[in-house]
Design a binder for this molecule. Structure first.
Ligand code: SF4
Length: 372
């Protein structure tokens, strides 16, 4: 079978103030041992799941660009021997400005990596500092240009909005300056305050002020218009691409495809089963593939509605009828009629409107309710 592969690299220089991902500063010296552990897990997984080829790969984190060139080559070389990428496979790596350098970029290209996702986040250095990023916009600009000059033609930039004290015009400046860089994809996310993060504690104590809900909605609306004006078409709630450069790996998640997650805290969905890996210490002691369960039909329908409606193209009603029955398709069609302004049916696809996307979870719960 063909599947997608995610590899989690949990090392960072410093923890960003909003981050609750599985990532740790100060343990990069463990990287060789970690790579050995991931390759061991990959060998077990190859025996267990019969994956013969991979169509997309995503090396994420954390900060994969903190690895040394020889470490990246050992990781990618070992993985692709076990799971050969199919022809034209999309192979992405996340990178943090301030950690990218030419030898690493060349090693990435040699290893077969053909797409980079670079965390720019903002073009405003004061905002970058407030959220604890380790780089300036100039570092980000140089990283993107260097990656492009080394030979990467498929580069994505991450941007955030709803940052502490951020104004609409600061966001517009960030979008403008970022779109001037050599890249073909933008992920533009709203800041989410996660529990137990310094940013959340500062907000709760009144030490910083976040833009209110209306301003954040307006930021999203303006981002859509501005990015579309620069040729980045919105294809998912938070993702925009020059047509043809939509992220194929993430699309696998949104459309219910099979993927194997390797490394600490990585999640997998294979042959109808979901499972995950434990956090770093337990993972390094040999534990893997825990919390395993088979997704039942009702769960599959809920997941399909929750994930596939994130795409602007929506979910195919014919697919729904084939997978879950004509009856479910009819109920969804009726519900779409009641949720007008939020949901529409076009060319056989049920999709959320721009207003609907603003209320994505609430709208999807209404759709799920209608199918019960
Ligand atoms: S670089 Fe990414 S993973 Fe690392 S601390 Fe910052 S947000 Fe978290």
């Amino acid at each position: 079978m063909t599947a997608s592969l995610y590899i989690h690299i949990p090392f960072c220089v410093k923890k960003c103030a909003y981050c609750d991902f599985e990532s740790y500063p100060g343990i990069i010296s463990d990287a060789d041992g970690y790579i050995t552990r991931v390759l061991g897990e990959a060998l077990d997984a190859r025996k267990e799941f019969g994956i013969t080829g991979v169509s997309t790969v995503y090396i994420g984190g954390g900060t994969p660009s903190l690895l040394k060139p020889e470490q990246l080559k050992r990781l990618a070389g070992g993985l692709f021997e076990l799971f050969p990428p199919i022809k034209d496979a999309e192979i992405s790596m996340e990178a943090n400005p301030g950690t990218l350098n030419e030898p690493l970029l060349r090693a990435a290209l040699d290893a077969g990596i053909n797409r980079l996702s670079i965390g720019v986040q903002s073009a405003d250095d004061r905002l970058l500092k407030k959220i604890g990023r380790i780089h300036s916009f100039e570092d980000a600009r140089r990283s993107v240009m260097l990656a492009h000059d080394v030979g990467f033609g498929n580069i994505s930039c991450d941007l955030m909005y709803g940052l502490p004290g951020q104004t609409l015009s600061q966001l517009e400046d960030s979008i403008f300056l970022t779109t001037q860089l050599e890249h073909v994809h933008i992920s533009c996310y709203s800041l989410i305050l996660e529990e137990n993060t310094p940013l959340n504690q500062d907000a709760a104590a009144g030490r910083l002020v976040l833009p209110d809900e209306d301003t954040v909605c307006e930021m999203q609306k303006r981002a859509i218009r501005q990015l579309e004006g620069f040729g980045f078409k919105r294809y998912e709630i938070s993702n925009y691409a020059v047509p043809g450069y939509e992220c194929r790996h993430n699309t696998v998640y949104w459309t219910g495809g099979d993927y194997l997650g390797l490394g600490c805290a990585a999640h997998s969905f294979i042959n109808g089963d979901r499972f995950s890996n434990p956090y770093y210490n337990e993972y390094m002691s040999g534990k893997q593939h825990v919390n395993r369960y088979t997704v039942k039909a009702a769960g599959r329908l809920e997941e399909t509605l929750m994930l596939e409606t994130r795409l602007t193209r929506g979910v195919s009603l014919n697919d729904i009828a084939l997978r879950f029955g004509e009856n479910v398709k009819n109920k969804l069609t009726a519900s779409a009629g009641q949720l007008k302004d939020l949901v529409e049916i076009k060319d056989g696809f049920l999709k959320l409107t721009e207003e609907g996307f603003m209320l994505h979870n609430a709208v999807v719960y209404k759709l799920i309710e209608a199918t019960e």
